[in-house]
Design a protein around this ligand. Sequence first.
Ligand code: 7PJ
Length: 276
Amino acid sequence: MAFLLCGRFRLSLTHPLIMGVVNVTPDSFSDGGNYLGLEQALAHARSLIAEGADILDIGGESTRPGASAVTMDEERRRVLPVLEGLAGCGVPLSVDTQRPGLMREAVAAGASMVNDVSGFRSPGAFESVADTDVAICIMHMLGEPRTMQQAPRYQDVVKEVGDYLDARMAAAEQAGIARERIVIDPGFGFGKTLEHNLGLLRELRHFRRAGTALLAGLSRKSMLGAITGRGPSERVHASAAAALIAVQNGAHIVRVHDVAATRDALAVWNALQSQP
Ligand code: 7PJ
């Protein structure tokens, strides 16, 4: 039976899992500490768990196209208190970071998964988590966030993304990270045109690898804006549809902002699976 080793959790992959997104943003009204930002993030995290999130992904750095980088200290100040505040919340916590130093601190603070949109390209990234038991999510990104949407090109997007993920997975295993701890993700919107994204979604099943979980993050992304003509906060229905298609096409985990809507969409899918 397929499962993902995720710190002290062992997640069954026989049903799709919902990863809820918790963005920790600075509070513009508070001086000094970031108390309000922290309280908001914790309240949001708890409501996502109540809505049915199986995993929470906590991020303190914006990886949206064109976003500017935050310092390691600032990222640490945003993320670590949220991890500590959610200790014992009952679901595994993922930290969305590209910094090996923060990966280790996050694991010490209770994270069960490390999600790196750069595919653990920073020197020492795999090594920083190899001797722990946490899961890692390796995502494909073409280039880097600042420039990735400047005319991305591929000969064959499905093949190139698949080859990249295979190479990163091999490097992870080389570093001592077992397959059962690895999640792979084609990285929708990270250096991809609408056409590339649609090709990846259509062929998502090609990214399934034995012993490894497949994650898809389509929630509220600009490809859904291009399709519907709607702004980010109005993409809930399109996001639920996209999550359902991703699961139908082989995703084990969907990374979403709107957990309640996704849960209901996947409940319909789950009901069909249990038919004889
Ligand atoms: C993803 C992510 C994704 C993984 C973001 C956004 C942009 N991590 N972090 N996969 N997207 N693994 O949520 O719109 O697709 S940030």
